[in-house]
Design a protein around this ligand. Sequence first.
Ligand SMILES: NC(=O)c1ccc[n+]([C@@H]2O[C@H](COP(=O)([O-])OP(=O)(O)OC[C@H]3O[C@@H](n4cnc5c(N)ncnc54)[C@H](O)[C@@H]3O)[C@@H](O)[C@H]2O)c1
Length: 262
Amino acid sequence: MTDPVEQQDYSRLFRLDGRRAVVVGAGSGIGRESALALSAHGADVVCADRDLAAAEGTVALGGGSAAYLLDVTDADAVARASRELDPVDVLVFTAATNVRKRLLDYTTEEFDRVVGLNLRASFDLVRAFGRGMAERGRGSIIGFSSIRSVAVEPGQGVYAATKAGLVQLLRTAAAELGPSGVRVNAIAPGVVDTPLTAQIRANPEWYQAYSSKSALGRWSHAHELAGAVVYLASDASSFVTGSQLFVDGGWTAVDGRYTPPA
Ligand SMILES: NC(=O)c1ccc[n+]([C@@H]2O[C@H](COP(=O)([O-])OP(=O)(O)OC[C@H]3O[C@@H](n4cnc5c(N)ncnc54)[C@H](O)[C@@H]3O)[C@@H](O)[C@H]2O)c1
């Protein structure tokens, strides 16, 4: 005989009451909207960013209870944050950078800067916050990859490599921390209207080409990533780990070179 199925209260499926979330990169773009959405679902959110005033701006909008100054390229500061903010149930990290340049033109300094923030700092965050989560037997870690983790174009080589690397890092963390009750997932946005993509929006041809690539025929707004964050943070995704959730308007589903007359 199997155990009786427990009656679920689906009205609370996405609620995060009583949970502490740390959003790194909460001062801008997707991180800010993530903090606002997690807060709206009941989480106690700490808004971390290297730009403290920006993080405070998110708190002022209702995105959390505290702002926290953190430069994630400083490994000691990341370790200190994990101790000072303990216990953390949900870690979301969005901080990343891009230098759009062809490989032959890339400098070693640029390579180190992009890898240092996008990959190395992500590694430090997962290690620092994952340890406490594993000890407590629960937690959800959410990192931001990109459509560039699977589809590239000239000028995106190093960024794409960091995002593909991040996905494999998070999958491995899912494998290693899963037995301790910690889930680890990636969200892959398409093109989102944030400061990170200001260079593209400043060029009408580039902007338009990206609009028409996705199935939905437009860019997304940062707030359209918030649902995926709340989902992966909450018990609505209690059996989801090691996954990459594409929130890309169908960018990676559609070839897009040509619409046949059929
Ligand atoms: N915007 C897009 O079109 C897009 C597309 C695909 C993937 N993504 C990914 O989504 C994530 C969020 O992007 P966004 O567009 O919201 O970026 P954003 O530039 O708007 O925000 C990034 C935030 O991170 C903070 N930050 C930067 N360096 C930091 C550091 N060293 N320590 C702490 N905080 C730091 C910044 O101050 C800023 O508040 C990134 O990982 C990005 O690669 C974005």
